[in-house]
Each structure stands twice: as C-alpha cells, then as structure tokens.
Design a protein around this ligand. Sequence first.
Ligand code: ZN
Length: 71
Amino acid sequence: MVVTLVTYTDDLGEPVVVIRDVPADVCARCGEQFFNGEVVHRLTSLVEGARSGRYGREGTVELRYARQEAA
Ligand SMILES: [Zn+2]
C-alpha cells in the first residue's frame, strides 16, 4: 500500500461533490482506494457541508481536502 492523494467524487445527489487531494492507501495491484477512519469522517463532513447548499445546490462543487472546513 502506498499513500497517495486521490480525488474523491460523491455523485449520489446534487450537487456532485468532488474533493481533491484526499490521502488514500492505494493497492498497487488493482488500484483500489482505502480511506482510514479519520479521512472517511472528514469526507463525510465535507460532503454534508456541500449538500447543505453552502456552495450552491446544482452542478459540481469542488473542494480541497486539506483547506476547507466543513461545519
Ligand atoms: Zn488490490
């Protein structure tokens, strides 16, 4: 496993939420991405923040994992 910064996309609703530079363990064989618990928690917060409409309710919202604070 190698820690890599990946792009996480949540397209299960509007807006589509794209979060860049997310640390993940990536399998060198199959490319599957694994996020640790802290990362999952933060991704969930960021997605919920975006879903609340703070960045608009349509289209795609792009966030950066390290910079933006979610409520
Ligand atoms: Zn694998």
